[in-house]
Ligand binder design. Structure first.
Ligand code: TXA
Ligand code: MG
Length: 345
């Protein structure tokens, strides 16, 4: 199997981490819930085959019951067990990018319970690339998989550290596995297949050009979602900080910040370009200079938005990301995060 740049080795775990994984697997095999690190964001896991445990995930997240969960598997060979009529393109993507930040939407097999799919005839499957997630899946035993959404309350920003999970879900989850800061920091790319084409339902850790290179066909962002498909991550408002967030082009952002500051609002301005601050901008309260590289930017984004919520700004003004495929996932998350604040100023 081809290993991607995200692949990690289970043998990297310390004895202490191995012990935590064994405890976590025991909890999961007894119908509990465990938050665990992946390379994208932290997940809130339950045994796919335990409908009561899966139901706990929905309760903890306050997520509508008809929004499906991704099935996380520990080995590519398990794809056949959870899905059927798998297109060749799906196998190609799995072999190219797994373990890694890519979720495949496929026809569900009979093994997949309704509790996971929200009653749909498809299932989302991914093999995560984090040594703790892989060790946990291994420890669960054969034929087991983890149903896991991101470990945040419904509609909020996904957690990228164990501390964020603690802040989001606290005591409601049976165990939180510590696995450091997530390497990618944004959720997986979700793709679906029909006879002729492969479409991106949610941009994420694997970019469109990477998919195209692997498949040697054009891959497009899905524009209209099938009415019968439900994607919580595809709702126009999602991934949102508490503080109202607005996006401005480079040439407008400083002026907008100054206007709001003169109205006595506490403003945080987040930029990626090296566009000069105007000289008269000294009284703007916060400025966060983000990396101009999408991988580094994506890794930090959610942690920064959480930090800004804690610092209680009135508004977050974000510089529009570059119009380039490698920034697509970031642009998508910022757009959804800004949805409720479009009328603020
Ligand atoms: O990176 C990720 O994908 C993270 C980590 C934990 O793996 N998980 C994640 O899960 O982001 P969640 O539930 O927060 O977002 C998964 C998205 C949701 O929008 C869900 O509706 C959609 O995938 N989804 C899952 N199964 C689906 C299916 N069978 N058909 C359509 N959409 C599906
Ligand atoms: Mg989520």
């Amino acid at each position: 199997m081809k290993q991607t740049q995200y692949a990690r080795n289970k043998s990297e775990l310390t004895p202490e981490q191995q012990e935590h994984v064994i405890t976590a697997a025991r909890i999961l095999n007894h119908g509990g819930t465990v938050a665990f690190p992946t390379e994208t964001v932290y997940g809130l896991g339950a045994d796919v085959n335990n409908a009561i445990a899966v139901r706990k995930i929905y309760d903890i997240k306050q997520r509508p019951l008809d929004h499906p969960l991704i099935v996380h598997i520990g080995d590519i060979s398990q794809l056949n067990y959870w899905a059927q009529a798998i297109p060749e393109a799906a196998w190609k993507l799995a072999y190219t990018f797994w373990p890694g930040p890519l979720t495949l939407i496929l026809h569900r097999s009979q093994q997949v319970p309704d509790s996971v799919t929200g009653g749909q005839n498809t299932v989302g499957i991914r093999m995560p690339a984090h040594p703790i997630a892989l060790a946990l899946l291994d420890e669960l035993g054969s034929g087991k998989a983890l149903a896991a959404p991101s470990a945040n309350r419904f509609g909020r920003i996904s957690p990228t550290t164990a501390l964020h999970v603690q802040q989001e879900l606290g005591e409601r989850v049976d165990m939180i596995l510590e696995g450091g800061a997530c390497e990618v920091g944004l959720e997986s790319t979700i793709v679906c297949f029909d006879k002729q084409s492969v479409k991106i339902l949610r941009p994420g850790g694997i970019t469109c050009p990477e998919l195209e290179m692997a498949l040697d066909i054009p891959v497009n962002l899905a524009t209209t979602t099938n009415q019968t498909m439900r994607f919580s991550g595809m709702l126009p408002a999602h991934y949102a900080p508490i503080t109202p967030l607005r996006i401005y082009p480079t040439e407008q952002i400083w002026q907008q910040a100054i206007t709001l500051t003169t109205q006595k609002f506490r403003i945080l301005i987040m930029t990626w370009s090296k566009a000069d601050k105007p000289q008269f901008s000294d009284h703007i309260i916060g400025h966060c200079a983000m990396p101009a590289d999408p991988i580094a930017y994506g890794k930090q984004l959610y942690a920064k938005l959480r930090q800004f919520d804690e610092e209680a700004f009135d508004y977050l003004l974000i510089e529009s990301p570059p119009n380039h495929p490698s920034w697509l996932a970031i642009a998508d998350r910022l757009q959804r995060a800004s949805y409720h604040s479009s009328n603020i100023c």
